[in-house]
Design a protein around this ligand. Structure first.
Ligand code: NDP
Length: 336
């Protein structure tokens, strides 16, 4: 069935509120879910609502958490999510990060004690729309084997990057450090489809294309040891550096196996005019456009985020398609 994006937002918000999330938390999550559906990223769209609901089983979670922002004259903004979900913590903190980065040239934001099952591009796109170059990192639960290993240790640990562009939406990429996001394996399982080769190993360390065996075993980092090193870096930045949990620690506290990662997110924002001596913001952006033009002059290329922006245009005009069983499940959650 077809839903407008307003209907996506209302369905998500009502389903989450119907399961006990306070209005502030439910609305922020629903905005993130609507952005995912708008941009054609189903694995973080309405499909995610039952995962947020399952996360409410965690004994430490606060479904009405109001994040607390700490900001001073230094370069690091802190947001204590108060054991609520990450989207509201981001909404509360991002404007402070923009202000600090514009004032100092570079600033960071550490989100603490949050449940984070969202994609990262909305926050870096927001920062780039404010004229900043942005990075975001978060650890998750232990799903990915270290290079050469066979047991889950790292999270699927995404990182996102955004670069502002004049006259156009920012260039953004947002990618897991595993070959695939875990949600993609769950979507294959729901659809009864085998996985592409190279995504995962089973509990015995053997390659598998069976989604259930992959979920029980370990996912693989993209690019072998190189992706594993990125996953390691993200554990250090979003875990050790800001005093939050590693993925294996998040898994250990997930006593009901809800799959909701608990811990931190780390963001860095850079004001472009401060980096090359004497260069204006416009000069940086113009140089980047020359590179993008070179890339696109080769057949078969596109820029990261092009697919998302095309999906955005289409879905804003035509709404999104949602499977009837998912719609009914979410309506059921809303009315319980
Ligand atoms: P994908 O592999 O689908 O895409 C990764 C990036 O590559 C996107 O920015 C995409 O742009 C870009 N891209 C894809 N194909 C091309 C191409 N041919 N040329 C240039 N760029 C290309 O994403 P993942 O499966 O790795 O991750 C999915 C999502 O899962 C992410 O949003 C991530 O934040 C989220 N995630 C969240 C976790 C959490 O714990 N919170 C854990 C792990 C993942 P485009 O969008 O335009 O296709």
């Amino acid at each position: 069935m077809t839903l407008s994006l307003d209907e996506v937002f209302t369905l998500a918000r009502q389903a989450l509120a119907g399961q006990g999330l306070a209005e502030n938390q439910a609305s922020a999550i629903a905005r993130t879910i609507t952005a995912a559906e708008r941009d054609g990223c189903q694995s973080h769209g309405l499909f995610r609502v039952p995962f947020y609901v399952a996360a409410l089983q965690n004994p430490g979670i606060d479904p009405a958490a109001e994040p607390v922002v700490s900001v001073d004259s230094s370069a690091v903004v802190h947001v204590d999510a108060g054991c609520g979900f990450c989207p509201l913590a981001l909404e509360r903190g991002l404007e402070h990060l923009v202000e600090r980065a514009q004032a100092l040239g570079i600033a960071a934001m550490a989100i603490h004690r949050s449940y984070n099952i969202a994609a990262l591009w909305p926050e870096v796109e927001h920062l780039a729309n404010a004229g900043l170059i942005a990075f975001a990192f978060t650890a998750s639960n232990a799903y990915v084997a270290p290079a050469g290993g066979s047991k889950p240790l790292y999270g699927t640990n995404p990182m996102a990057f955004a670069w502002p562009r004049a006259q156009q939406p920012p260039l953004v990429f947002d990618q897991a450090s595993s070959v695939s996001a875990r949600g993609e394996i769950q979507l294959h399982q729901q659809a009864g489809q085998p996985l592409p080769g190279g995504w995962a190993i089973d509990v015995h360390g053997e390659a598998t294309t069976d989604p259930a065996s992959a979920l029980a075993g370990a996912q693989l980092a993209f690019g072998g040891y190189k992706g594993a090193s990125l996953a390691l870096m993200i554990e250090l930045l979003a875990g050790a550096l800001i005093g939050d949990l590693f993925s294996f620690e998040s898994s250990a506290q997930d006593v009901h196996n809800t799959g909701a990662p608990f811990g931190g997110e780390f963001l860095i924002a850079i004001s472009p005019g401060r980096c090359a001596p004497g260069a204006s913001n416009d000069a940086h952006l113009e140089r980047a456009e020359a590179l993008f033009t070179k890339i696109l002059s080769q057949d078969g290329t596109r820029l990261p985020s092009d697919r998302r922006y095309q999906a955005r245009v289409n879905h804003l005009a035509n709404g999104i398609e949602i499977p009837a069983p998912l719609y009914e499940e979410l309506q059921g959650l809303a009315s319980e």
